[in-house]
Design a protein. Structure first.
Length: 365
């Protein structure tokens, strides 16, 4: 069955349904898509909960032994089967080698985060030196905002969507208050038009053009958590830069879900969690991005040991040799257990990343 690779997902599904002589809501289309799915074998890479083990299911209506149909990847992704073996490897190394685990094994603990930076960088369309794995999403947002948000009397506003994820909203409020500014005048919110649920790109760009001289930072999500709207990251970034603003994104619902090209789009900074479509487990290790164009100009406001360059980090001389770019923003060594979970997930995603069916990946499991 011949369909264009340039169609939108909806148009493509409608085209296939038309060729099958059915509606997009018919079971025939679902069965056809299942049969033709090039990624269907990846289901075997994950543990899928059984209906009998779920606390809220009316088990009298279903076969308790069947796998559930899991639609909650937007909140918490499923467990990759490789996580437990990888955790066992590190626990065994800890038991047998103790402190020597820092510099030995498949994932030396002193370099554990750097061992899996490359696949994460590819996933967000960045260079390896532009991405760091550290902390949680909101911690990373605060660290980045401390360096990118430097308000002046003329340029002091932060632009974000009116219904941003609560954590983003609170973080922006607190950053504004940290500088002694009034949230009501320095927090610029973009609302949908009356009677609409999503934001029109032209309305976002219009606000940037109109208010640009007073905006210090534009901070949007990549995919809006409540409506599922995919924002036009390249256009928003370009518009912000034309007006002299820094532009950053929360990619929590975008990474592993949609195509991202942070470096090529020229995004200044970004942060994301890894426990949704990246399946790294609750509270999994988060990611941060700073474009290489800022590697010599944007410095961390708060520094820690892990931001010291590796080659002299263990000299313990208390003379900071700060890593350039985002690596300098790292504070402490990440938990090897969190690294293992993310490593297992990224290996699965690496097999999917270049597929023409990438846009359907979150639906597969």
């Amino acid at each position: 069955m011949n369909t264009s690779n340039h169609m939108s997902p909806v148009t493509r599904l409608e085209s296939i349904a038309s060729q099958l002589g059915c509606s997009v809501l018919d079971e025939d289309l679902a069965l056809y898509l299942d049969n033709e799915d090039e990624l269907k074998n990846l289901r075997q890479c994950f543990h899928i909960p059984k209906i009998k083990d779920l606390p809220t299911t009316d088990k009298s209506l279903v076969n308790e032994e069947e796998d559930c149909i899991y639609f909650c990847g937007n909140s918490l992704g499923l467990l990759p089967k490789k996580v437990k073996p990888y955790l066992d490897e590190e626990l065994d190394k800890w038991a047998k080698m103790g402190v020597h685990g820092h510099f030995n094994g498949k994932r030396p603990w002193a370099l554990a985060d750097e061992c899996i930076v490359d696949p994460m960088a590819k996933l967000v369309g960045a260079k390896a030196g532009e991405v760091a794995l550290m902390n949680g999403l909101t911690v990373n947002l605060h660290l980045l905002m401390l360096s990118f948000y430097k308000p002046t009397k003329a340029r002091h506003k932060i632009l974000l969507e009116a219904k941003a994820f609560p954590s983003d909203h609170y973080a922006v409020e607190s950053q504004i208050q940290l500088h002694g500014l009034d949230v009501t005048t320095s927090m610029l919110l973009v609302h949908p038009r009356k009677g609409e649920d999503t934001l029109r790109t032209e309305d976002i760009l219009s606000v940037i053009e109109r208010e640009g001289d007073s905006i210090a930072v534009i901070f949007f999500s990549g995919v809006q958590y409540y409506t599922g709207q995919l924002f036009d990251i390249p256009k928003i970034t370009e518009a912000g830069h034309r007006r002299g603003c820094y532009v950053g994104f929360d990619l929590a619902h975008a990474v592993g879900n949609v195509e991202i090209c942070l470096h090529d789009w020229g995004v200044d900074f970004a942060c994301w969690c890894s426990y949704k479509y990246l399946n790294s487990g609750a509270g999994g290790l988060a990611g941060a991005f700073i474009h290489e164009k800022h590697s010599c100009t944007i410095k961390p406001t708060l520094v820690g040991w892990w931001g010291h360059e590796f080659k002299s980090r263990f000299s313990m001389e208390n003379v900071l040799n700060l890593s350039q770019g985002v690596d300098g923003f790292r504070l402490s060594n990440p938990s090897i257990l969190l690294v293992c979970s993310l490593h297992a997930s990224l290996e699965v995603n690496e097999t999917v990343r270049c597929s023409r069916l990438f846009f359907m990946w979150p639906l597969i499991i």
